[in-house]
Write a protein of this length. Structure first.
Length: 185
């Protein structure tokens, strides 16, 4: 797997993206179910598991088996038994149906083979009041992130989300390099 992975403690990334702040902003709290699609090493899944606590649950999926294994080990070290990390392709994955308070995409919607299908799956996982969160790279020049041709503009992401049958609720900046879109069923 050649795709760049971020360590959960990456000090450089924390300068421009604070996972705890973002999870608070989207309203994640104790007892909630958080689905992290394309979780990598758990930059968001680990703080999410700490936040939802023992009554909540985090389902974290990725195609990168090494990253999933590192995430499992880190969760075990911390005693986070509310985190279920599995090697799965997002296009083929439903962690559950109608269970998720949050289905989260951490800088990765543009990475998927079939983002439209992944969003249809996300809709099925959302609870009636659940929230889809798409955090992704702004489509403009900057010193970090994927090449321009890989990025999704806000309009492109919004259109994909709406085409999956979801309702966009908000679009905002998230730090210097990212936008954050929220949507509901
Ligand atoms: C840029 S990384 C982001 C990882 C993590 N969300 C974060 O914020 O650090 C993109 C992730 O998407 C995963 N990925 C790419 N295509 C995928 C697919 N079809 N299904 C599941 N995961 C996928 C990659 O393996 C990688 O871990």
């Amino acid at each position: 797997m050649t795709r760049r992975q971020f360590s959960p403690d990456d000090p450089e990334r924390r300068k421009w993206q604070d996972p705890v702040e973002i999870l608070s902003l989207i309203g994640l709290g104790p007892g909630m179910v958080f689905v992290d699609i394309g979780c990598g090493d758990g930059y968001f899944a680990l703080p999410a598991a700490r936040k939802v606590g023992h009554r909540g649950r985090v389902y974290a999926n990725d195609i990168d088996a090494d990253a999933v294994e590192r995430l499992r080990q880190r969760a075990a070290q911390e005693g986070l038994d509310n985190l279920v990390a599995e090697v799965k392709e997002a296009e083929e994955t439903l962690a559950c149906e109608g269970c998720a308070d949050v289905v989260f995409f951490g800088i990765d919607l543009h990475d998927f083979r079939d983002p439209a299908q992944v969003l249809v799956n996300a809709k099925k996982m959302l609870s009636p009041k659940g929230k889809l969160v798409d955090l992704d790279w702004k489509d403009q020049p900057m010193p970090v992130g994927p090449p321009p041709e890989k990025r999704f503009s806000i309009d492109k992401a919004r259109n994909l989300i709406v085409s999956a049958g979801l309702r966009v609720v908000s679009v905002q900046d998230s730090g210097p390099y990212h936008y954050l879109i929220t949507a509901t069923r």
